[in-house]
Design a protein around this ligand. Sequence first.
Ligand code: NAD
Length: 454
Amino acid sequence: MDYKFGIAVIGAGYVGLVSSACFAELGFNVVCVDKDQKKIKKLQKGDSSIHEPSLTPLIQNNLATGRLKFSESLSEAVLNNDIILIAVGTPITEDKQADISEIENAAKEIAPLLNSYKIIVVKSTVPAGTCRQLLKTIRNLNYHAHFDIVSNPEFLRAGSGVKDFMMPDRIIIGAEKITIHLMMARLYQSFIDREIPIIQTTLESAELTKYAANSFLATKIAFTNEIAHLCEKLNADVHDVLKGVGLDKRIGKDYLQPGPGFGGSCLSKDALALTQSARIMDAPVRIIESVLESNKNHKKIIVEKIISACFGSVANKRLAILGIAFKANTDDVRESPALYLISMLQAQGAILNLYDPIVKEISLDLNVYWGHDVYDTLNGTDAIIIMTEWEEFRQLDLKRIRASLRNTIIEPTLIDLRNLYSPQEMIKAGIRYCSIGRKTQNIVYKENLEESYT
Ligand code: NAD
């Protein structure tokens, strides 16, 4: 059958925008709707509202073909399309539960517009039971509406969203009837043709899969960071240890990279939401609870590590922070460990220079200097802290760094919280170096340095 569904996507955020551009690229007619007028105006001109590799050309090409449109009118989009894909935010409430009010509101807006049969696909991450609750909400508002609801959680990662969407490890579809599964298979036909596994299951199983997957990833990261901490105490090398661990196929080598703690808009939020809903169901997930605790603790350890690398105090020392985004290739700063670090260091009296290749402002009330580039940021600082694994931070000119740190109160110090460099190359470069899960510091005394550099 040649007929291709028309798709309305509600929400032009990281998930909604990437899904819209990718489905348009796959040949569907897509209208992406957002209540944020400014965002829509920008998108209509072909300017992406987020930083995501390969997304801008995808948006521009598909705007040009007419397959992709952006609109503020939810009613028009819903009335004229067969599939309504919901990709609105599900943040955490004050009492640490998943806030599904945006989804509920979207469902209430959609309900009176269900003039012909439609499939409502929930792409947002929602607690098990939400889709069934939405079904009731819509039915209560429009008894005669002819529709079905599907849970189709999205697994893309900020920073590689387009690639992840187009080449997912699997697609999860939760639905009530086999006929709906068959229709969803038509939406994902090109993925099926490429033999990407599709798991067809119930609404609740699909919803829970997303939370379980993110909580497992958070567990791997927290585990890695705890082992890294232990490595420092035991004079072991975290990379050797985790290589040995990860080569076991039952474990796998991904997500075993030590760092400043997990952040971003998903891992902490989803792990937290899972712990809360599990408690309510009287089936506490104690491992995940301790993972969250461990991550909090790790972030404190990182602050202590920096203070200790600055000889016990950061007060009145000027520190450069390289990387504000929670990971490379994204402008997303939600729950970024850099934000926590910035506020903790400022509270301790540090003076901060900040730089990120994409992030140029943050909502914290800050008195900081934003550098124009890496080297401008380093000027006059006592130590450099690498927070995000941006490619450009892997290729720093070490001679220039050493020169810009030459007149520091402490010795030229690089605190590499992503282990982008090796202790050996830092000794060679004459930079005092501190990383994670490896010999804590290469203390190179100033006198020796002066000798080796003259
Ligand atoms: P986001 O905050 O970036 O975007 C949500 C968008 O929805 C906003 O632009 C908002 O204006 C819009 N919106 C809210 N209510 C609306 C309404 N009634 N009508 C029109 N527009 C509306 O969110 P996101 O990061 O894309 O996340 C969306 C969902 O996907 C969340 O549940 C999240 O957990 C999940 N998710 C996110 C990622 C990620 O990397 N960001 C990955 C996988 C899953």
